[in-house]
Design a protein around this ligand. Structure first.
Ligand SMILES: Cc1cc2nc3c(=O)[nH]c(=O)nc-3n(C[C@H](O)[C@H](O)[C@H](O)COP(=O)(O)OP(=O)(O)OC[C@H]3O[C@@H](n4cnc5c(N)ncnc54)[C@H](O)[C@@H]3O)c2cc1C
Length: 298
């Protein structure tokens, strides 16, 4: 039901409530209703969206089912509200750490429900490397059932070149990002220049051979290089989309739309914003400053 608050244990709720003012730049409210309104505003500015119900690492079956049900509600609200949005889901929020089959069943319910929407696509967010293999296994099963599902691949991982080749071979829609988790150097590039080089290499391949890739980054250098590449190769603007996070670099977001590119905004909502917010702050000093500046502009 739009407008309903999704409850969390009391002590954590108090903590989260008191610090929410810090995160609110990056989170579109606590309810489905507030997220739908945020998407409506983005749509009016020429951007599409993907909605994410915040939460991860669920260890109780009931909680995983509740999260699935929120996704079903979200999909109904997207349809009823006539907004341009699909959904993104973290498999550990719908049971991956409990039982892979549970995560698959929940994902399949979400996909079946999404099939009735104007945009039936379901994006599987990628989490830490500990759950990467399981995430891709669940993706494979889901993709065998419907093509309206796609993984996120992370350019900081050394294995991702092979995962990109495989996604291209099976025709899966990939979102490419740098990666947001702290991974060890034996499996991940740790220096930003190396990550950028790998990102561009993988993005070029996806743009030339992949199916409608999502180029997810706020990195001006990468964005400029991608624009140059698609112009040189005559890759039409409807063959891919840029993707950015809600509240991150709004000026760049508007610029991209004004230049005629497609842009999808990742819109997270809900009360479990802490993990998401910490990742944004840890990766960029600017994000912490933005959050703090909101204290003075309240
Ligand atoms: C749509 C989307 C979905 C994502 N999904 C996933 C996922 O499923 N799994 C995952 O691991 N990660 C995901 N990420 C996060 C991603 O992996 C990166 O951690 C994150 O995007 C930061 O890297 P970046 O390429 O955007 O640029 P950064 O390296 O953060 O920044 C590059 C440049 O942008 C500037 N900048 C960045 N943010 C701001 C800001 N708020 N204001 C001003 N300047 C700023 C910096 O100054 C820097 O020069 C996603 C990101 C996006 C955009």
């Amino acid at each position: 039901m739009p407008g309903r608050r999704h409850e969390i244990p009391e002590r954590r709720a108090v903590l989260q409530k008191n610090f929410y003012f810090l995160a609110r730049r990056f989170v579109a409210g606590e309810t489905i209703g507030s997220a739908i309104e945020a998407v409506r505003a983005l749509n009016a500015a020429g951007m599409s969206a993907t909605l994410d119900f915040l939460g991860e690492d669920v260890f109780e079956r009931d909680a995983a089912i509740r999260t699935r049900d929120v996704y079903l509600e979200m999909l109904d609200s997207i349809r009823a509200g006539g907004i341009d949005s699909n959904v993104s889901v973290k498999l550990t929020a719908i049971g991956l750490r409990i039982d892979e089959n549970l995560a698959y069943d929940n994902l399949k319910s979400i996909m079946d429900h999404a099939a009735a929407n104007a945009d039936p696509f379901v994006r599987i967010d990628m989490e830490g490397s500990a759950v990467l293999e399981a995430t891709l296994r669940v993706f494979d099963r889901a993709f065998a059932a419907s093509k309206n599902v796609g993984p996120v691949l992370q350019a900081y991982l050394k294995r991702t070149a092979a995962d990109v080749d495989r996604a291209i071979a099976i025709g899966a829609r990939v979102r490419l990002c740098k990666g947001a988790y702290n991974e060890p150097p034996d499996i991940a590039y740790k220096d930003m220049p190396d990550i950028r080089v790998n990102y561009l290499k993988l993005a070029h391949k996806l743009l030339e051979q992949g199916v409608y890739p999502g180029i997810a980054t706020h990195d001006r250098r990468l964005i400029a290089a991608i624009k140059q590449f698609v112009a040189e190769r005559h890759i039409a603007n409807d063959r891919f989309e840029f993707q950015m996070l809600y509240g991150c670099r709004p000026r760049v977001q508007r610029e991209i739309v004004a230049q005629g590119y497609r842009l999808r905004i990742y819109v997270p909502f809900g009360t479990h914003w802490a993990g998401y917010f910490y990742r944004r702050v840890l990766e960029r000093r600017e994000n912490a400053l933005f959050a703090l500046s909101s204290i003075f502009s309240r």
